[in-house]
Design a protein around this ligand. Structure first.
Ligand SMILES: [Zn+2]
Length: 452
């Protein structure tokens, strides 16, 4: 019965299905459905998918059911067996939620991909969401990663709005909100599908921190990670894969998880396609830790986790520092970046947002500046000369050189002499004070420079 503000209704008889949320429902469902497994496995000459030591005809999880088969004809036979079973038990199948996915390299649907449930046709689709993750008919997780990237980006807007309420920039809070609200969405079950997809997933982190600091989209990714002390998303994905691996090794022999793993592990490595095991192995190889892979041992894998993750952290950070050393787009940055400093101190000082953002932009040294929500392109972006003196217009030109801006320079940056450059000053003992002046100077320059 239903209770409402006006009292309770008459009892309602449930004649179909099981009660939602009722503790007996899963068991009732399982008891009802269990017979289909026996029927499939006792059917003569019915081929399934071979995974290590077992043959799979059907996957059952809660009220989800997946029939798997190596050929179209076999799949149709299995559907027929299922149909007869449901009919005998008086169960109805919701055909609008029932789909066929044919996994093949091209991912295309062929015109002879035709399957029937009785006399009703079942739709063939290229994509199906199973247990919360979309699977695609080409067997690749590239589009799965795109799907979760978009999900992460959609959540990000709301989180950035929350952060915007705070007047000061707090990198610790930003990281925490990013990890709990954004990353948890974009890396949902990524230990299963995220191998080889971390460059796509990294875009979520890049976009989040670039937007929170008002940095241009084309800011090098390593700059953002080195400034904020973040690691490439590859780290998080690999860490969750490693935890998953420990879980697999700890599962019992003959479990579905173990059999799937042993099957993937036994496949010949191919130069063109990778699978979970080959991708996991290649990272271990990179870190010089293949011994733990060959041991295939639960206790050793667990004991080595800390050491291996530490090696990966170092490797990823070194990669970023090397990109910074070799950068032709921002050659000044390696002079600014102290490799010992994980998070740049100005991001931890709870500066007003506009100052933190100004500092990041000046350190980035790009010819694009965002001020009060407006983007300004400096001339060096497209080769335009300075609107005052005709020399190439760059950030340093405005800050240090151009005679056209002598007046605001004297007003705000009086202490910057020709012998001492702005970037040095920004790291000096008075940098918050200097930074405020640099900010006011840039506001003045951007609003008063002649229109082109
Ligand atoms: Zn000039």
């Amino acid at each position: 019965m239903i209770r409402s503000g006006d009292g309770t209704t008459d009892p309602i008889q449930i004649k179909k299905g099981v009660l939602q949320g009722e503790s007996a429902s899963p068991n009732l469902f399982n008891i009802f459905i269990d017979g289909i497994v026996d029927e499939l496995y006792s059917a003569p000459m019915l081929t399934g998918i071979k995974l290590h030591a077992r043959i799979i005809h059907i996957l059952l999880f809660a009220d989800d059911m997946v029939l798997v088969a190596p050929t179209a004809a076999t799949l149709q036979r299995k559907i027929n067996i299922a149909k007869r079973f449901f009919k005998r038990r008086g169960l109805k199948v919701n055909l609008s939620k029932t789909k066929i996915v044919v996994f093949r390299k091209s991912g295309r649907i062929h015109k002879d991909d035709v399957f029937f449930f009785g006399n009703r046709r079942i739709d063939c689709v290229k994509e199906y969401t199973y247990l919360g993750a979309p699977f695609f008919s080409n067997g690749s997780f590239k589009l799965t990663a795109e799907h979760f990237k978009d999900r992460g980006l959609a959540v990000q807007g709301r989180v950035l709005n929350i952060l915007n309420y705070a007047k000061s920039y707090d990198v610790t809070l930003s990281c925490k909100l990013f990890e709990t609200m954004v990353r948890s969405t974009s890396l949902y079950a990524a230990e299963v599908w995220g191998f080889d997809q971390s460059d796509t997933l990294e875009k979520v982190q890049q976009s989040f921190f670039k937007r929170s600091l008002a940095l241009p989209r084309n800011t090098p990714n390593y700059f953002l990670r080195l400034e904020t002390g973040r690691l490439h998303t590859r780290y998080t994905v690999f860490k969750s894969m490693y935890r998953f691996w420990i879980k697999i090794l700890g599962s019992s022999d003959g479990s579905l998880l173990m059999d799937s793993y042993m099957h993937l592990r036994s496949l010949e490595p191919s130069p063109t396609t990778s699978n979970w095991c080959s991708s996991f192995y290649s990272t271990l190889e990179l870190l010089g830790s293949t011994d733990v892979w060959y041991s295939n041992n639960f206790a050793l894998a667990k004991a080595k986790e800390g050491e291996i993750m530490h090696k990966l952290r170092l490797a990823l950070r070194t990669e970023d520092l090397v990109s910074c050393m070799n950068s032709s787009t921002m050659p000044h940055y390696h002079n600014l970046k102290n490799p010992e400093t994980l998070i740049e101190p100005y991001l931890k000082q709870r500066l007003p947002r506009y100052l933190a953002s100004c500092m990041a932009q000046v350190r980035l040294g790009y010819p694009t500046l965002c001020n009060k929500g407006q983007w300004h392109k400096l001339g060096s972006w497209n080769g335009d000369p300075c609107r005052f003196c005709g020399l190439p217009e760059s950030l340093l030109h405005l800050l240090e050189e151009c005679a056209g801006y002598d007046c605001p320079r004297k007003k705000y940056l009086g202490e910057i002499s020709s012998s001492c450059n702005v970037l040095d000053l920004l790291q000096g003992p008075n940098w918050i004070h200097v930074l405020r002046n640099v900010y006011f100077f840039l506001c003045d320059v951007l609003s008063t420079r002649p229109q082109p």
